[in-house]
Design a protein around this ligand. Structure first.
Ligand code: SAM
Length: 260
């Protein structure tokens, strides 16, 4: 954990040693999808969301509570933007966990020594931590890349201490006669086109994937489903905020059981 992210040689050794965590089909897909994005990820995530990604993140961080000597887990940390904001916002040490090696390498370059953010490569569906080991947990854009979102939630809640806070950020689908068509044209046509123009083949691919996947995922797991799943996973005081005309949703809650 922490420090320089391993070189390619060390990566191969680590991959060989960690074969016990055989990736699922959807994890292999996510790894491949995200492997080529890191070089331009931070800039393009902001440009292609018209700066909304930054607003959504800030809202998520606002709902994470942890003591300054505490420990926060950020799942699907990618290049570490949320993890850094959590470190700044809480003063707690942060563990940034992600499936994709290249994302973590990018995060490692951004962080350097003494950042207070420690990186771990693993799946959010099989966390290598004991029960109740974190004061707070956050996750961003994760559940669309797991085969069983309810099970993934249970796993995230497992490592949270009773009374601890959890918050997430996800895409959503705007409703209404004006907002939906505008969103549809943006996600189906403009996102892949602009992604390709600004980021090349990798961003074209992710742009083509994202729009239909957001619709598919949201049809199966709308906000009402999420609210029920969070409660069923052992969370109380589940609240949410729909943002940017319905394009994003931030959700937060507290784990049942602890002194509040
Ligand atoms: C859209 S990126 C978000 C990155 C970051 N949270 C941000 O907001 O900038 C989604 C991230 O989820 C990661 N991911 C996908 N499936 C995962 C899983 N099962 N466990 C952990 N990370 C996963 C990907 O590797 C990718 O870095």
């Amino acid at each position: 954990m922490g420090g320089q992210w391993p070189s390619t040689g060390a990566r191969k050794l680590r991959d060989a040693l960690s074969l016990w965590q055989v990736p699922t089909e959807v994890e292999a897909f996510a790894t491949e999808l995200f492997d080529g994005l890191p070089p331009r990820y931070d800039g393009l995530a902001e440009v292609l969301s018209f700066g909304q990604n930054r607003r959504w993140r800030a809202e998520l961080v606002r709902h994470i509570e942890a003591p300054s000597g505490g420990l926060v887990l950020d799942v699907a940390t990618g290049p570490g933007g949320v993890a850094v904001a959590l470190r700044r916002g809480t003063g707690a040490a942060v563990v940034g966990l992600d499936l994709t090696y290249e994302m973590l390498r990018k995060a490692s370059k951004r962080l350097g020594e003494g950042s207070g953010v420690h990186l771990v490569q693993a799946s959010g569906t099989r966390l290598p931590f004991p029960d109740c080991s974190f004061d707070a947990v956050s996750f961003t854009y994760l559940l669309r890349y797991v085969s069983d979102p309810a099970q993934a939630l249970t796993e995230l809640v497992r490592v949270l201490r009773p009374g601890g806070t959890i918050a997430s950020l996800e895409f959503a689908v705007p409703g209404g006669p004006l907002r939906w068509p505008v969103w549809w044209v943006y996600t189906r046509l403009l996102l892949p086109a602009w992604g390709s123009a600004l980021g090349g083949r990798e961003w074209w691919r992710v742009g083509r994937f994202l729009g239909p996947d957001i619709s598919r995922h949201y049809r199966r797991f709308p906000v009402q489903w999420q609210l029920r799943a969070w409660t069923a996973a052992g969370l109380d005081q589940v609240e949410h905020r729909i943002m940017s005309q319905g394009a994003g949703v931030v959700m937060w809650a507290r784990k049942r059981g602890g002194a509040v």
